[in-house]
Write a protein that binds this ligand. Structure first.
Ligand code: PGA
Length: 243
């Protein structure tokens, strides 16, 4: 893995925004995989600014988000879809027909997961997947456990993940859905290039396990070691315990 350590979160966000801008300039119809969470907020701010200043044209870009809560309507405030609207989609010139999202309210969640896999394939696969990492080592919502799932699937969220998402649901962990839909490990690993960002001391343990540890289902992110083109961008706090 190619690891770069930044002095702070702002510099890191700017560097990831530069990577995205450069890729879009080179391939205007880039297929981009996108994360939610606190970590990418700075990235989205930078991309919105670059778009307003004419430095990046999203009009031919296709996006696929990693995951969505099960049982949450796409227009509900707590949905990841609304997070993306607030922080990114409504501020840039993406063609809405090329914005792809898992529908957390689908009648048949597994059929919805299968539809998503087919849509990714039809788009030609993901060119650049941006990832955060959960403090428990998850990527997307591929939670640590004794097994991982290859393709887009329904996941049961761990309590620490629900806690980490409580702010989307009025700070009330009991309102955070117990299940979600997520791209699977193979869906993520089939992206042509991957950029993972992590900031803050709470990520130091999972970052070290991802980079220095064995491949282990208890650290889903460790499987990124199998991918030939992963860039990991960290702030100093998240890099603290790296070998
Ligand atoms: P965070 O979430 O950016 O809010 O820490 C990351 C993740 O769970 O992937």
């Amino acid at each position: 893995m190619n690891v770069t350590i930044f002095s702070g979160a702002a510099a890191l966000a700017a560097a990831v925004a530069d990577i995205v801008a450069e890729r879009v300039r080179r391939s205007p119809s880039l297929v981009l995989g996108l994360p939610t969470g606190r970590t990418p907020l700075g990235l989205y701010r930078q991309l919105v600014r670059a778009s307003r200043e004419g430095g990046i044209d999203f009009s031919r870009v296709t996006t696929f988000n990693l995951d969505e809560f099960l049982g949450v309507l796409c227009h509900e405030a707590g949905s990841y879809r609304q997070y993306m609207e607030r922080h990114f989609f409504r501020h840039v010139n993406l063609d809405r027909r090329q914005v792809h999202f898992l529908d957390g309210a689908a009648d048949d969640p597994q059929a919805e997961c299968d539809r998503y896999e087919t849509a990714i394939e039809a788009a030609g696969g993901i060119d650049l997947q941006i990832l955060g990492i959960g403090a428990n080592g998850h990527i997307g919502f591929n939670e640590p456990g004794d097994r991982l799932v290859a393709r887009t699937h329904v996941v049961r969220l761990r309590v620490e993940t629900r806690r980490a998402n409580a702010s989307l649901f009025g700070g009330d962990v009991d309102r955070v859905p117990r299940y979600a839909l997520s791209m699977g490990m193979a869906t993520i690993l089939h992206a042509r290039a991957i950029v993972l960002m992590a900031t803050g001391a709470e990520k130091a343990g999972c970052v070290a396990a991802m980079i220095n540890g064995p491949l282990a289902t208890r650290t889903p992110a460790s499987f990124l070691q199998l991918h030939p083109e992963v860039r990991v961008l960290l702030d100093q706090a998240a890099a603290r315990t790296l070998k």
